[in-house]
Design a protein around this ligand. Structure first.
Ligand code: TXA
Ligand code: MG
Length: 347
């Protein structure tokens, strides 16, 4: 066990870079320690991307397989140039349109970051987050910060400091608590070394938004075809899974009601993952949790991971979940839900 400090920071504070809490967290980073912090997507677990020891601490604290590379977080264009050899015109357009924000670009690496960050690949994933606390921390440390989501490997990504405490207390030097994150699902990962560019992980920036700026983009076939390995190594792992066995039910409410009624003859504790619109429709279920409003897909993304964690606290044995349209951010929501359900779908 190591001591885990908690730094509370109001993201609206002026001149955050010189805030004493931020400075304390930045000092830990420059000493090679690892620190969790909020971004606009989910909390990240940060360490000095140039220092192998720091990066190794991240893998250890999360229990993350060493073949799964990390995203390097930057705050300035100069930091990007230090890390990547080449920023092609398409990558430049994407940076101009979506940075700072929930988009990660895979670019050719200059070899400046530790090879533990890139897991030995010739490319590096780079992202410029927009969250004021993340930006201030990166600037105050003066370092490129390697940061995966700050959960134990396999768990849902953390959207609150409490989630990080639950998974990593005693394993990391500290947590900057800047409140709940906004987007709620992780950044979109786009490989800029292919023509056209390829979406390796759907996320906070939708395909539609990308295509408005650069025209048609490709999807990594490994995301949907079981016979192909995903190009983002992280996408092949089991992830986001609640402790209960989860099933997706595309047929919707009445089918879920039947399934719940059927479970009444078993001694299993039954949960339903629904939305505010349908909340009252499952009186027979033991636990009903709502994940935002169906009419507002952003609200579903925002609360998805917190709801998956809440089912663990409710000790349910089985979860039946509604499904969502794959338009816009719905694509990322359905990707995370299918992983949480380990692909189990009840037609
Ligand atoms: O929103 C986010 O992206 C959050 C916040 C903290 O920034 N971070 C995050 O990191 O989700 P992580 O490590 O949980 O997911 C990074 C994903 C993994 O699937 C990893 O395999 C992939 O990006 N990745 C990293 N570097 C890569 C590379 N060079 N080539 C292909 N995929 C890469
Ligand atoms: Mg992750």
């Amino acid at each position: 066990m190591i001591e885990t400090q908690l730094w509370r920071v109001n993201p609206e504070t002026a001149d955050l870079e010189n805030d004493l809490q931020i400075k304390a967290a930045a000092k830990c980073l420059s000493q090679g320690k690892i620190v969790a912090f909020p971004t606009e997507t989910v909390y990240g677990l940060g360490g000095n991307a140039k220092f192998r020891d720091s990066v190794q601490k991240i893998y250890e604290a999360k229990g993350r397989p060493s073949d799964n590379p990390l995203i390097v977080h930057v705050a300035t264009a100069e930091q990007v140039r230090e890390i990547c050899t080449e920023i092609n015109p398409i990558a430049k357009k994407l940076m101009d349109a979506f940075w700072p924000g929930p988009l990660t670009l895979v670019l050719p690496s200059r070899g400046e970051v530790s090879d533990a960050v890139t897991a030995g690949l010739s490319t590096v994933a780079v992202r410029m987050p927009s969250h004021p606390v993340a930006r201030a921390l990166i600037l105050a440390s003066g370092l490129p910060i390697a940061a995966p989501s700050a959960n134990s490997s396999g768990h849902p990504s953390p959207t609150k400091a409490d989630h990080v405490l639950h998974d990593l207390y005693g394993k990391i030097a500290g947590i900057v608590d800047g409140g709940e994150t906004g987007v709620g699902v992780e950044s979109t990962v786009v490989d800029c070394t292919t023509t056209p560019v390829t979406i390796l992980r759907p996320g906070g920036v939708s395909r539609e938004q990308l295509e408005e700026v650069i025209g048609p983009v490709a999807d990594d076939p490994g995301l949907t075809r079981p016979d192909q390995t995903p190009k983002a190594p992280g996408m092949k792992y089991k992830h986001y899974a609640p402790e209960a066995t989860m099933y997706l039910v595309p047929a919707g409410e009445s089918r879920i009601q039947e399934l719940v009624a059927h479970e009444k003859n078993s001694d299993r504790r039954v949960g339903v993952l629904t939305t505010e619109e349908n909340q009252k429709d499952f009186p027979q279920a033991d636990v009903v949790l709502t994940c935002g409003r169906r009419s507002d897909p952003e609200s579903v993304a925002h609360s998805l991971f917190a709801i998956l964690r809440a089912f663990d606290a409710e000790n349910v044995d089985v979860i039946y979940s509604e499904t969502f349209s794959e338009a816009g951010i719905g694509k990322a929501v359905m990707n995370r839900l299918s992983k949480a359900a380990a692909g189990r779908v009840i037609e």
